[in-house]
Design a protein around this ligand. Structure first.
Ligand code: NAD
Ligand code: FES
Length: 287
């Protein structure tokens, strides 16, 4: 059997820190469904990074990933170019998104979370829903996938915190406006930073609108073995990698997840600073 080399075919800068990569991964491309993710390693001794599969082309055997440079490894990944390759790409992982014909669905992407909501909005549109999408970012430069989201939506609202593009305000302001002007949607999917997903769930809780969020806890193996990705949903302990990543927003313990995700913040900062220093004295970007 010939093993795939996970070659990067193309890269594109979408925003100052956000890169789209098209990667050869034929087996993954053939099997993936909306909501699935992969775990990639950029270097043989590097950490394992979970990334949502944004799109795929089963015929060409490629998948699309979108990465925001935040820590050491994501900086390494966004520094890769066409012709480079990942050491491994494991997937598709996670449960596919629950998609059916609900009626009217609001899909919300906050910041780089728009990369994760895009395949879901696309699948919901194909399933026959009326899709209203909200894409929010801090400022105009950070709005991503506006055209792609417009193509899979019946209506698209863009928001920026500073008003530099689209409506001024948070995605939750746009959601409240839609609910008051158009009535309750049949479902809401919201993906972005945890405070955003928590805020969306508070908007939809009292009107009783079913709402899904995609959780991004720390992950290691991605197969339900290590327990790193545990989250509390209602009174149950769940593993986001095998039970999720999507869950009923009204049952998620966001406070616990926000606190758990901060656990290694100091170490991540140290690793990034050490890597930046080492690259200043080396030509190699894959340290
Ligand atoms: P950001 O902080 O710039 O926020 C993006 C938008 O979300 C804002 O413009 C605003 O409209 C909305 N928002 C943010 N905080 C809000 C609040 N308290 N109330 C209402 N709306 C709010 O986004 P970013 O910097 O692109 O986000 C990066 C974060 O997203 C990282 O922490 C990353 O881990 C997380 N993320 C999560 C997922 C996921 O699957 N859940 C996927 C990718 C990234
Ligand atoms: Fe190990 Fe989910 S990442 S159990």
């Amino acid at each position: 059997m010939e093993y795939p080399v996970y070659r990067i075919i193309q890269t594109e800068t979408l925003a100052p820190t956000i890169t789209r990569l098209t990667v050869e991964a034929p087996l993954v491309a053939r099997k993936r469904k909306a909501g699935n993710f992969v775990i990639v390693r950029a270097t043989p001794t590097g950490e394992r990074i979970p990334l949502t599969i944004v799109d795929s082309d089963p015929e060409k055997g490629t998948i699309v990933l979108i990465v925001q440079a935040i820590g050491k490894t994501t900086h390494i990944i966004t520094g890769l170019g066409a012709g480079d390759h990942f050491v491994d790409v494991v997937g598709p992982l996670g449960e596919p998104t629950p998609v059916s014909d609900f009626g009217t669905v609001v899909c919300i992407g906050g910041g780089v979370g728009t990369a994760v909501i895009y395949p879901i909005a696309k699948a919901l549109k194909v399933a026959g829903n009326r899709v209203i999408s909200i894409v929010g970012a801090r400022t105009r430069d950070l709005v991503i996938l506006e055209e792609e989201m417009a193509a899979v939506s019946d209506e698209l609202v863009v928001t920026t915190d500073d008003g530099s593009h689209g409506q001024k305000g948070f995605v939750t302001d746009a959601l409240q406006k839609i609910i008051s002007e158009q009535g309750k949607p049949d479902a809401v999917y919201a993906i972005g930073p945890l405070p955003m997903m928590r805020a969306v769930s508070e908007v939809t809780r009292n009107p009783g609108i079913r709402t899904w969020v995609s959780l991004n806890p720390i992950m290691m193996d991605g197969t339900g073995m290590c327990g790193a990705c545990r989250v509390t949903v209602g009174d149950e302990l769940k593993f986001a990698c095998v039970d999720g990543p999507e869950f009923d927003a009204h049952r998620v313990n966001f406070d616990e997840l926000i606190a758990r995700n901060r656990t290694y913040g100091g170490l991540e900062k140290e690793a990034l600073e050490a890597w930046k220093k080492s690259t200043e004295t080396s030509d190699c970007k894959h340290v």
